[in-house]
Design a protein around this ligand. Structure first.
Ligand code: GLC
Length: 603
């Protein structure tokens, strides 16, 4: 009896899904038939809010999407300010002839990082070192709620790069150099972001950047960068057994959008590769969502702008991120729309291609519920930057930290020491512990948003009899029982972070020397987006912890240092002994790193 009831339920569920699908398909096909070529082109166009010249343009051209690139924020950069901005654009878009809602994208790559007082979580390199899909799901779910609180419905995340070279400025956007770990955590992130697709705490995810962004060769960088956006020479075997797998898993787990990558694949710009998007992604992987280009990504295809448009659209890219800016170069969207329309008129782009792209875009908009509920919901405003989310972030910080040296088990420290001297600018700088993609595209040093610094955490953890002193330069440490030194990298993003040496900064070397001259035990904490070359310096450190880019909840660092949490983090990237080893394959038996992939000490 039970089995038959289960069968009936399954069949009725299945038929309702099929019915619902065909109902949406019917709606999309009806709308598609009414659309002019201009309106189809409009749907395939995404503009940065800063460069939209007028509301009328949104209506006249039926623009399909707006984005906030890194640091592109409304005048009133608060939750309410964002929701008002979103609702204004949506109300305007619904004045277009066919009343098609926009979909609005942001890079909430480690929390809703454009917005002050949002919870900022560890960047992916830190989440990778947790090896824990549960915490990645929780972080992504919390991020989705904070994004939804501001009205936004699309997140350009997760990055599924498998970075091979730590000299790359985007190394920290990857979870790991290991394909399996990237897949596992990428799926968790997509599920956390998309949740029940179209539900109240759901944003469309965007697996990026397709394909091979982390495999580029030093010296081949584009856009005046050294390695970022360079050429990735990938064998067919590596393509299928290494770089494609996280995307197959992302597609199989329902990711709604995928972003094309700036780099070249075997000498051809990804944005120009019909093999990648038409053959591999849409045909072989059966991807049914839509592909978005990267920021002015088509402009970097060799040749004139009109041929860039024709090539990228015919390669299977469905929506073009036409930032429309002239500040950093790039073609304004009026020119894009004009040339796109010319290309269709001249038969260089077939209308069937437009129909395929617009169908995919409208399908995602329907799945996200944008036709039924196009406006911002206030449901999660109370969760924005909440204690509950910061607790999740602090848990993620604890789990992301990797203990790499602990001579004489100096850690965990007692909470009742007489005196602790803390040193290094990073010990008391929220901006440095957050890293790039925070408030501004490149991130910024200083008190840029609310949270707790590592120093705050230390002070609030030790007993009231313990004196905690601090100096950025490491002076005045002599009569302390222990020195805690925070070193690392100042914020950067993308190719601006390409670095051929990965050495400690002069300031950090000076701080370490000052602290060494105090002849006290040293606990060194590193804030960085990648392994730095510290083989020589490590000898003088009694303990060493990598905290990566932990985000706003720096207090999570003290949880580990003082033993409230025993470190569980493991390296999701091997740590080179010397720059001459890079790039290295962590599976290569002859590769002898300073610390191996998955290395991590416990108490
Ligand atoms: C950037 C990045 C991409 C981001 C996009 C929008 O250049 O490459 O990761 O999603 O532009 O900000």
């Amino acid at each position: 009896m039970k089995r038959t009831i289960k069968k009936i339920i399954f069949i009725s569920l299945l038929s309702s899904i099929i019915f619902c699908e065909s109902k949406i398909d019917k709606k999309i096909n009806t709308l598609l038939k009414q659309m002019t070529v201009e309106e189809k082109i409009g749907q395939m166009t995404q503009i940065d809010r800063r460069f939209l010249r007028s509301d009328e343009d949104l209506i006249k051209f039926g623009i399909g999407s707006i984005l906030s690139g890194g640091g592109s924020v409304p005048e009133d950069n608060t939750v309410e300010g964002w929701a008002d901005m979103y609702n204004h654009f949506q109300k305007t878009a619904l004045k277009s002839r066919l009343k098609i809602p926009i979909i609005y994208g942001v890079d909430a790559v480690h929390g809703h990082n454009n917005v002050p007082n949002a919870t900022i979580f560890p960047h992916n390199i830190g989440l990778g070192c947790t090896f824990d899909e549960k915490i990645v799901y929780k972080v992504s779910e919390a991020t989705a709620k904070e994004v939804v609180a501001t009205g936004i419905d699309w997140n350009f995340a997760p990055c599924l790069a498998i970075p091979q070279d730590p000299r790359w400025g985007r190394y920290y956007e990857g979870f790991s150099e290991d394909t399996e770990l990237v897949s596992k955590l990428g799926i968790a992130a997509i599920k956390g972001y998309q949740n029940k697709i179209g539900g109240k705490k759901s944003v469309a995810a965007c697996a990026k950047h397709f394909l091979g962004d982390g495999a580029t060769i030093w010296g081949t960088g584009d856009n005046n960068y050294k390695i970022d956006r360079g050429n990735a020479i990938i064998s067919d075997e590596d393509l299928r057994n290494k770089y494609l797998i996280p995307y197959q898993d992302a597609v199989d787990n329902g990711v709604l959008t995928i972003m094309a990558s700036f780099n070249s694949y075997n000498g051809l710009k990804c944005h120009a590769s019909g093999y990648l998007f038409n053959d591999l992604l849409k045909e072989e992987l059966a991807f049914e969502g839509f592909v978005i280009s990267d920021w002015r990504g088509i402009d970097e295809i060799p040749g004139d702008y009109k041929s860039d448009i024709v090539t990228s659209i015919n390669s299977g890219i469905d929506m073009i991120m036409v930032p429309g800016d002239t500040i950093w170069g790039g073609e304004p969207y009026h020119k894009f729309l004009k040339l796109f329309k010319e290309s269709v008129k001249e038969g260089l782009i077939k209308e069937e291609r437009l129909d395929d792209a617009v169908y995919r875009i409208l399908k995602v908009k329907h799945q996200m519920g944008l036709f039924d509920k196009p406006f911002a919901s206030k449901k999660y405003v109370k969760d924005f930057g909440s204690k509950k989310h910061r607790k999740i972030a602090r848990e993620a910080v604890r789990k992301s930290m990797v203990l790499l040296k602990n001579d004489n088990n100096i850690l965990p420290l007692s909470k009742n020491l007489d005196k602790i001297h803390v040193a290094g600018i990073g010990a008391n700088d929220i901006g440095m512990q957050c890293g790039g993609w925070t408030i501004e595209w490149q991130g910024k040093m200083g008190d840029i948003t609310s949270g707790t610094t590592i120093l705050d955490g230390i002070k609030s953890t030790v007993s009231k009899n313990t004196e905690v002193t601090f100096s950025e330069t490491g002076t005045n440490a002599s009569n302390a029982d222990i020195g805690i030194v925070v070193i690392g990298e100042k914020p950067y993003a993308e190719g601006m972070g390409d670095d051929g040496e990965l050495k400690l900064s002069k300031e950090d070397t000076a701080v370490l020397n000052n602290m060494k001259s105090a002849n006290i035990p040293l606990v060194v904490i590193m804030l960085s987006g990648r392994p730095l070359m510290i083989t020589e310096e490590l000898k003088d450190w009694d303990a060493f912890i990598s905290a990566w880019l932990p985000g706003t909840e720096g207090a999570g660092v003290s949880d580990v240092i003082f033993g409230d949490y025993s470190p569980t983090g493991k390296l999701s990237f091997s740590w080179p002994r010397d720059i001459s080893q890079i790039p290295a394959n962590y599976k290569d038996k002859n590769y002898d790193p300073l610390f191996e992939f998955s290395y991590g000490l416990k108490y």
